[in-house]
Design a protein around this ligand. Structure first.
Ligand code: AMP
Length: 432
């Protein structure tokens, strides 16, 4: 299938942009009226390219291989035709036997997908529920017992529930494997394969992945039958819209620099990436201590803490969210004005993914990366991946604002500051 220009699309909160999605309308895709009116209610005007390319074929019950990541509208691309097909039988769902299964790697993504099913399907008599780890299973078991049409799940919790016989996949008609490459990175591939063995052979299957490493290509081959292949490439189109800068800095000065740049109020909603969970906590504490509303989001946080941090960030109660890559995967928060790479990622794809959290839904965005001497090689990989050089900015102004010294990676400047510091210490000693 010919690939269309991915363009940008318009979100109700995002305001109109000149770049629209495709020339097709949702009604031309063949979706039922209940879905069309839910879409109108959400202010979706036109399908995104992945939606326009996939939905008509999915309605014909074809398998699909989607090379796409979040931000492309891929959730609606699978949720809408699934709801349409499932809506054909108006029978009460069986206890513990869902008719559709969506597997996704993180709790946040699972919740987002479940919310989408509920929103799009609100005029249809279908039930959806979500199961993931890190919370008690009681409510999830109750929902399954009452019966659901669509089950959205992370692999670990689903396997637990299957082992305890709270869920039986023998009736699944449609199966979606979302973010397959992430599943691989997070070590879930084996769990996924175990789950797949429990699905009926006769089913419709969809696999989405941002990249196609060999293991995923092999999995796709075993899962899908004569799939339609749809590829959309938002990263490059999104990345082009993002102002990208790099600041060369010593590692020890990064926190002061972050505090410094956050003095600028144009940095309204800022997502900061650190390499480690402890690093995220340290940065969040540092900012909080300096009066900047900040919160950390990473895998060691409880589900409740993660949800609170996210909703405070969404509502503007928290201005800076400090996250690790895994926690931020697939995060869909509108209005992120800036992404800061406090630590550079060692995988260039992560850079593209991280900065793609801003400039969503047709808006503009900016990304700034702090690069210490040990990260120079990562920067080179990133610049090769995005085929452009990042603009280099000087950190001195921001640091002056923050009242920090010692951050300029210019040996002359450091030499000049050295004696001054010593003089201050000596004077203090004299007065003491
Ligand atoms: P996704 O790639 O599925 O994570 O979707 C990214 C964002 O785009 C979500 O906030 C969706 O609600 C929104 N979205 C999806 N499809 C459309 C559309 N056709 N028009 C406007 N916004 C959309």
């Amino acid at each position: 299938m010919k690939q269309q220009d991915p363009g940008a699309y318009v979100h109700p909160d995002g305001g109109p942009t000149s770049a629209t999605t495709s020339n097709t309308t949702f009604s031309e895709l063949g979706l039922r009226s209940e879905l069309l009116s839910a879409l109108r209610g959400r202010g979706y005007e036109k399908p995104t390219p992945i939606q326009a390319q996939s939905i008509p074929h999915l309605l014909q019950e074809r398998d699909l291989l989607g090379i796409a990541q979040t931000g492309t509208g891929k959730t609606a691309a699978f949720a809408l035709p699934m709801l349409d097909l499932l809506g054909d039988h108006e029978t009460e769902p069986d206890a513990r036997r869902p008719r559709a299964l969506v597997l996704t790697p993180t709790r946040e993504l699972a919740s987002q997908i479940d919310e989408s099913f509920r929103a799009y399907g609100k005029r249809l008599p279908l039930r959806s529920t979500v199961v993931f780890g890190g919370v008690g299973q009681g409510k999830q078991v109750d929902a399954l017992r009452r019966g659901v049409d669509v089950l959205v799940a992370t692999p670990g919790r689903l396997l637990d529930l299957m082992t305890q016989k709270h869920v039986d996949l023998g009736r699944v008609e449609i199966f979606v494997l979302d973010e397959a490459d992430r599943m691989l990175d997070m070590g879930f591939l084996r769990d996924v394969k175990r789950i797949v063995t429990q699905l009926p052979a006769e089913r419709q299957s969809l696999l989405f992945s941002a990249t196609m490493p060999a293991d995923i290509a092999k999995l796709a081959k075993s899962l899908l039958r004569d799939p339609l292949r749809v590829e959309v490439t938002p990263p490059s189109s999104t990345v082009e819209k993002i102002e990208q800068r790099v600041c060369f800095i010593e590692k020890r000065d990064k926190r002061a620099l972050l505090t410094g740049i956050l003095q600028d109020e144009r940095l309204e909603r800022v997502l900061v990436f650190t390499r480690t969970k402890h690093g995220a906590d340290r940065v969040a504490r540092h900012l909080e201590a300096r009066g900047i509303r900040a919160s950390a989001l990473h895998g060691n946080k409880s589900q409740g803490q993660r949800e609170r941090a996210l909703s405070a960030f969404r509502s503007g109660g928290v201005r800076a969210l400090i996250a690790t890559d895994i926690a931020a995967r697939g995060l869909d928060v509108r209005g992120i004005t800036h992404v800061v790479n406090f630590d550079l990622p060692n995988m260039p794809e992560s850079y593209v993914h991280r900065i793609g959290r801003t400039a969503r839904a047709g808006r503009e965005g900016a990304a700034i990366s702090f690069c210490d001497p040990s990260e120079r090689s990562y920067l080179a990989l990133i610049e090769r991946e995005i085929r452009r050089k990042l603009d280099v900015v000087s950190d001195t102004a921001a640091l002056r604002q923050a009242g920090a010294v010692g951050a300029v990676s210019n040996p002359q400047a450091r030499r000049a500051r050295g004696p001054q510091r010593r003089r201050t210490r000596r004077r203090r000693r004299t007065y003491a």
